[in-house]
Design a binder for this molecule. Structure first.
Ligand SMILES: *Cc1c(COP(=O)(O)O)cnc(C)c1O
Length: 647
C-alpha cells in the first residue's frame, strides 16, 4: 500500500485498535518498532513476542505455538494474594486469606509448580475436583498451613486419599457436595481412625450471571439445599464428628461478569456460615469458590466476556461483606478461601498462529466473465453496478440480492448458461464491495449492510485448530483478543475472519472483541509472501486441556519463557514441549504405526509387481510414508516452494 494513510499509521493506533491497553492489564503493548511486547511483571521490562517466535522456530518449534510467560503467572499469584492482604488490612479484618488454586483450570506441571512456588509466602494451597487432581495436589502441596480443598464427586478411594493427607498433617478439607458422600466419609473415618476436616457446599439461591449461571439455584448439579444441610449436621453430631466441620463452600460459576452477583452470593453464604457457627460447630473457613473474571474484551462491562469490577474491588467486596455479616451475628471472622483459577492463569499464555492464505470471495470467482451472448439479467446487474438510477445503498443492495436470486432460479430452470451465471455472481459481489466502501465513509450503518460487511470479509487461513486450542470459543462463544504480533506501524486494511485448517465449517473465529458490541471481523494487514503471525491472547485458563483431537491435529508446540537480564533479548526459553506427531495421535485411536507401515509396504510391493511404480520409486515412496509418521500434525508451510501464499 502506497497511500498516505498507510504510512501515517502508528503503533499507538494499533494499540488502540486491538485494545492491548484495555484487556492487557498492564502486560501487553506495542513497541515503537510495531511489535507486540509483553511485560511479564508489568515493570517496564518487555519481551518482543516475535523474538520468542523466532527463537522457538530455531529450535524446530514452529507455529502453532503456545507461549507461556512463567513470570507473568507468578505475578498473578502474587497480585491475588496481595489484593486480599491489602483488603484485610484496610477493613481491619481479623481472619487471613488462604487461597487455593483449582488444578482443573490448568493442570500442566510447570503451571502448578510455578503457582505453588509463587504462593508459598502466603500459604497458597490447591483445589482438586477429581481423584487424579487430588493425587497431583497431595504430592505437589507442601507445608502444614496451606489448604487442599477437595471438591467434586468422591468415591471411597478419593476419600481414603484425603485421609492419607490428613495423616501427613496436611490441612485437607473434604467438601461434601452430596449427602451420600457424608455417609462414606463417616464410615471411612471410623474404619481408618483418621479424623477428617469437612466442609459443606451450599446451594445458593443467588442466581449466577454469565455463561455459567446454572451453577447455582435449585437445578444446580452440586451442593446441599437447606434441608440437606440440617440433615448433614445431625448426622455429624450422631457420628461424634461435630468438631470436623470447618468450612462453608459455594461456587456460583466461572467468569462472573457482574460484581453485584458476587456480593449477593457472599452475603448469602456468610449467613449460612454464621448459622452453623452459632449452632456450635468450630468452623473457621468461608470458601467463596471461583468466578473472579477476566476482562477479555477490555470493556469493563457486565457482558459475558468482560467484568465490571477489578481484582481489587472483588477482594474488598468479599472481605467487607463477610465482615459485616459476621460482626452483625457476633461470630468470629473466618479465614477466607477463594478458588480463583481463570483470573490467575488466563493471562500468562497465548497461542501464536501463522496465517498462510487469504480467500476473497470475488477474487475466487476469477476474472470477469464475458459471456458470448449476454443474458438480460447480466446487463441489468451491470447497470446496477454503474448505478445510473442513483439509488441509495440499501435500495441498491436489495435490488442486487433480488437479481442474484433471480439468476440462480433461471439457472436451475435451464435458462441461464454457466458463463452467464458466473458473470452474474461476479457483478453481484462487485456491487456489494462498492456498497461496502460507501458504508465505510458514512456514519450510521443499517443492520443489513452491517451483515454485508461480514459477508464481504476475507477469510484468513491460519495453521491451527479451534477444537484443539480454543474450545471455549467454539463451544461457548467466548471471545479472546486477537491481534497481529508485528507490522503494527502499518495500517491494517483487510477485514477478515480467521478460519482454521480442520475440515469443519465450525472451525473458525468470526466473533471478535469490541468495546460496544461484538465485531464480526477483524481488520488485518494484507499478506505479503512473508510469514504473518497472529496472537490469540489470554488463553491460559481451561483451553489447554479442553482441546480435542478433531481431525487428529493434537497438541501444538509449546515454550516456557522466563525473564533474564543477562540475555540479549532479556528472556530465555527454559522448557520446550514438542507438539503431537502423526504416530502419537494415531496411536490414541488404536492404530499402530508399525502395522500401518507394513500394510503400505504390501500395497507398494503389489503395485511394483503390477508395474504401476518402478522398484526404486517404490522404495522412495515407502520411505516418505514412514518418515511422515514422525512429522508434526499441523501444516508444514513451505515458502517459495510449491505452496505460495496468495497476497
Ligand atoms: C471450576 C471451579 C473453580 C474455578 O473457577 P474460576 O472461575 O476459574 O476461578 C473453582 N471452584 C470450583 C468448585 C470449580 O468447579
Amino acid at each position: 500500500m502506497k497511500s498516505k494513510s498507510a504510512t501515517s499509521w502508528s503503533a499507538t493506533q494499533s494499540e488502540d485498535l486491538y485494545g492491548f491497553k484495555r484487556w492487557g492489564a498492564g502486560h501487553f503493548g506495542v513497541d515503537a518498532g510495531g511489535f507486540v511486547a509483553v511485560q511479564p511483571l508489568a515493570d517496564g521490562r518487555a519481551i518482543r513476542l516475535m523474538d520468542v517466535v523466532t527463537e522457538a522456530a530455531g529450535m524446530g518449534l514452529k507455529a502453532p505455538l503456545v507461549i507461556r510467560f512463567q513470570d507473568l503467572l507468578r505475578h498473578r499469584v502474587v497480585q491475588l494474594n496481595e489484593v486480599f492482604s491489602r483488603a484485610i488490612r484496610e477493613e481491619g479484618y481479623k481472619g487471613d486469606y488462604r487461597g487455593v488454586f483449582p488444578i482443573k483450570v490448568n493442570q500442566l506441571r510447570e503451571v502448578v509448580d510455578e503457582v505453588v512456588a509463587a504462593g508459598k509466602e502466603w500459604h497458597y494451597g490447591l483445589e482438586a475436583g477429581s481423584k487424579p487432581e487430588l493425587m497431583v495436589a497431595l504430592a505437589m502441596h507442601e507445608g502444614g498451613k496451606g489448604l487442599i480443598i477437595c471438591n467434586g464427586y468422591k468415591d471411597p478411594d478419593y476419600i481414603r486419599l484425603a485421609l492419607l493427607g490428613r495423616k501427613l498433617g496436611k490441612k485437607i478439607i473434604l467438601v461434601v457436595e452430596q449427602l451420600s458422600e457424608l455417609d462414606e466419609i463417616i464410615r471411612l473415618a471410623a474404619e481408618t481412625g483418621v479424623k477428617p476436616l469437612l466442609g459443606l457446599r451450599v446451594k445458593l439461591q443467588t442466581r449466577g450471571e454469565g455463561k455459567w449461571a446454572t451453577s447455582t439455584g435449585d437445578n444446580a448439579k452440586f451442593g446441599l439445599n437447606t434441608a440437606e444441610i440440617l440433615f448433614a449436621v445431625e448426622r455429624l453430631r450422631k457420628a461424634r464428628l461435630s468438631s470436623a466441620l470447618r468450612l462453608v463452600h459455594f461456587h456460583i460459576g466461572s467468569q462472573v461478569p457482574n460484581i453485584l452477583t458476587i456480593k449477593n452470593a457472599v452475603v448469602e453464604a456468610a449467613r449460612f456460615y454464621c448459622q452453623l457457627a452459632q449452632m456450635g460447630f468450630p468452623m473457621g473457613y468461608l470458601d467463596v469458590g471461583g468466578g473472579l473474571g477476566i476482562d477479555y474484551d477490555g470493556s469493563r462491562t457486565n457482558f459475558d466476556s468482560s467484568m465490571n469490577y477489578s481484582m481489587d474491588e472483588y477482594a474488598r467486596d468479599v472481605v467487607h461483606n463477610i465482615k459485616e455479616i459476621c460482626d452483625d451475628a457476633g461470630v468470629d471472622e473466618p479465614d477466607i478461601v477463594s478458588e480463583s483459577g481463570r483470573a490467575v492463569v488466563a493471562p500468562h499464555s497465548l497461542l501464536v498462529v501463522e496465517v498462510f492464505e487469504r480467500i476473497n470471495k470475488r477474487e475466487s470467482l476469477g476474472q470477469q466473465h464475458r459471456p458470448r451472448e449476454k443474458h438480460k439479467i447480466v446487463t441489468d446487474l451491470e447497470d446496477m453496478l454503474k448505478n445510473k438510477a442513483r439509488l441509495g445503498r440499501l435500495e441498491r443492495y436489495h435490488d442486487a440480492v433480488q437479481k442474484k436470486e433471480e439468476a440462480f432460479s433461471l439457472f436451475s430452470l435451464g435458462y441461464l448458461d454457466l458463463e452467464n451465471r458466473a458473470a452474474a455472481e461476479q457483478i453481484f459481489w462487485q456491487i456489494c464491495e462498492q456498497i461496502g466502501r460507501e458504508t465505510d465513509r458514512s456514519g450510521y450503518v443499517p443492520e443489513e449492510l452491517r451483515d454485508l460487511k461480514k459477508l464481504l470479509a476475507d477469510q484468513y487461513v491460519g495453521n491451527f485448530s479451534v477444537f484443539q486450542s480454543l474450545l471455549d470459543h467454539w463451544g461457548l462463544d467466548q471471545l479472546f483478543p486477537v491481534a497481529p504480533l508485528h507490522r503494527l506501524n502499518e495500517k491494517p486494511t483487510v477485514n477478515a475472519v480467521l478460519v482454521d485448517i480442520t475440515c469443519d465449517s465450525d472451525g473458525k473465529i468470526d466473533r471478535f472483541i469490541d468495546l460496544q458490541d461484538v465485531k464480526d471481523y477483524i481488520t488485518l494487514h494484507p499478506l505479503n509472501n512473508k510469514p504473518y503471525y497472529l496472537g490469540i491472547f489470554l488463553t491460559g485458563a481451561y483451553q489447554d486441556i479442553m482441546g480435542d483431537l478433531h481431525n487428529l491435529f493434537g497438541r501444538v508446540n509449546e515454550v516456557h519463557v522466563f525473564l533474564e537480564n543477562d540475555e540479549p533479548n532479556d528472556f530465555y526459553i527454559e522448557e520446550a514441549l514438542a507438539g503431537s506427531r502423526v504416530s502419537d495421535v494415531i496411536e490414541g485411536v488404536q492404530y499402530q504405526w508399525e502395522e500401518l507401515c507394513r500394510r503400505m509396504k504390501q500395497q507398494i510391493d503389489h503395485a511394483t509387481k503390477k508395474d504401476l511404480v518402478k522398484p526404486r520409486e517404490g522404495v522412495r515412496l515407502l520411505e516418505f510414508y514412514e518418515s511422515q509418521m514422525s512429522a508434526k500434525t499441523y501444516l508444514n508451510i513451505e515458502r517459495g516452494g510449491g505452496r505460495k501464499p496468495k497476497a
